[in-house]
Ligand binder design. Structure first.
Ligand code: NFE
Length: 470
């Protein structure tokens, strides 16, 4: 049986490898491999708990505010603690600015080059050969918007930095709220940045995506998988800070239900780790397994997370199904359309929330770490459900576990048949030209994978193997 190995897959947030098997030029099996190891859990043991938001936001540069938000929720859950409305509003605004930055960069910088011949020069060359099906005027427009997207995604980040001190890796999201006062100047600047982002998100982004959907109709089918989704809920409700603003939920074979953390399991069966227990069940207050790169049958540093035994997809498509009443499929274009739809909703929420900020009201309540306790922070990042679990003993972190959306979306299989969502989505995709398997990158990137979050790079002495841009 023919196999194709692409490693690393480029234009995603930290490279990973994909190996597919072909039967009659159709993908019949797929393995997603995260080949670096994330060591953050080991680093955190023994630190004071208030270090956790700073450390964990450095897991990633594209979704850093999601990690610091989830980490604060976990620490606050370990004690009894109140938040102010201003504190929740500021956290939400910082996170949604980061989400907008993410969605814009994902579409223009990472995905568009899969369909559009932007320019015949590096860094767009070398690339797999494919025919750009767009009329030349549309290619020209999208190319101009590709460059404009750098500026607009920077505007979204500037909006977050306005309240966060900097982005990525903000300073002001802290257990206890946000350590920044919403001055009139900050509010005016935020609204000005948001106006620029809104114009682009509701105009160019929508129009350019629809042009690709029309020109490449087969991607309304390629990349489909079973209708199992999961979300931990989007941001927190400023009026009820202990609850998500958009509630989480699971969808199993089309049926919605509330998420029970005890029904989440994480397996290391096919992952490069060893531990006394191969499967852990939520909540995840256990010690992290030890890395074991020689483990037979393993193929990734990403673990396998399941809900009630099922592989569930997270991200904009899951949230569109849960909150937008979306009843379409989950092929490549469905994922992109859900992401663009969500960007428009994020702009609306931000407009409303920036205008609710109160200049003279507090945004922060002093938080004291308990001597001992446990807490979980469940929060939807850009790509789906993000869980942080902390156990505190003797005033220090004893155990810390992070389960990211990309573990949900692109982890390993369980047994031989229970594949991860991205592995499932690749199966059935026809490859027209095995020398130029551009279809693989298109399906993979529709998930907006982030291997940096799912693992972490620590191989300073290893030689980088030659690779080809796809
Ligand atoms: Ni590095 Fe992340 C998001 C988190 S992982 S991008 O969104 O958490 O999937």
């Amino acid at each position: 049986m023919a196999k194709i190995l692409i490693g690393p897959v480029t234009r995603e947030n930290t490279p990973m490898a994909v190996e597919v098997s072909l039967a009659n030029k159709v993908i019949s099996d797929a393995k997603i491999m995260g080949r670096h190891m994330r060591g953050f859990e080991y680093m955190l043991a023994g630190l004071v708990p208030s270090d956790a938001p700073y450390f964990t936001e450095r897991i990633c540069g594209i979704c850093s505010t999601a990690h610091t938000y989830a980490s604060c929720l976990a620490l606050e859950d370990a004690t009894t603690h109140d938040l102010t409305k201003n504190g929740v509003l500021i956290r939400n605004i910082i996170f949604l600015g980061d989400l907008l930055q993410n969605h814009l960069r994902h579409f223009y910088l990472l995905s568009v080059p899969d369909y559009v011949h932007l320019a015949e020069e590096p860094p767009w060359l070398p690339r797999y050969t494919f025919r750009d099906r767009l009329p030349s005027a549309v290619t020209k427009r999208i190319t101009a918007n590709y460059f404009k997207a750098f500026e607009v995604s920077r505007d979204a980040h500037t909006l977050s930095a306005n309240f966060g001190g900097r982005t990525p890796h903000t300073w002001s999201i802290q257990p206890g709220g946000a350590t920044v006062q919403p001055t009139g100047e900050k509010i005016m600047r935020a609204l000005a940045n948001l106006r620029l982002v809104k114009e682009f998100v509701t105009g160019a982004y929508r129009e350019d995506l629809l042009a690709l959907v029309e020109a490449y109709p087969e991607y309304s089918e390629y990349g489909s998988r079973p209708h199992n989704y999961i979300s931990f809920g989007l941001v927190r409700d400023p009026d009820k800070p202990s609850e998500p603003f958009l509630p989480g939920g699971a969808v199993l074979e089309g049926q919605k239900e509330a998420v029970e953390v005890t029904a989440i399991s994480e397996s290391i069966e096919h992952s490069w780790y060893s531990a006394a227990k191969e499967v852990e069940e939520g909540p995840f207050y256990h010690r992290s397994p030890e890395p074991d790169r020689q483990k037979p049958g393993a193929y990734s540093f990403i673990k396998a997370v399941r809900y009630k035994g099922k592989a569930c997809e997270g991200g904009p498509i899951a949230r569109a199904v849960l909150h937008g009443g979306y009843q379409g499929g989950n092929a490549v274009w469905d994922r992109h359309l859900a992401r663009q739809w969500e960007a428009e909703r994020a702009v609306e929420l931000m407009e409303r929330w920036i205008n609710q900020l109160q200049e003279n009201q507090p945004s922060y309540v002093q938080w004291e770490s308990p001597e001992a306790g446990k807490g979980q922070g469940l929060f939807d990042a850009m790509r789906g459900p993000l869980g942080h679990w902390v156990e505190i003993a003797g005033g220090k972190i004893k155990n810390y576990t992070v389960v990211t959306p990309s573990v949900w979306n692109m982890g390993t299989r369980v047994g031989a048949e229970n594949l991860s969502p991205l592995e499932e989505a690749l199966i059935g995709t026809p490859i027209e030209d095995v020398e130029n398997p551009v279809e693989i990158g298109r399906v993979v990137r529709s998930f907006d994978p982030c291997t940096a979050c799912a693992v972490h790079v620590i191989t300073p002495t290893r030689k980088l193997e030659p690779f080809r841009i796809v």
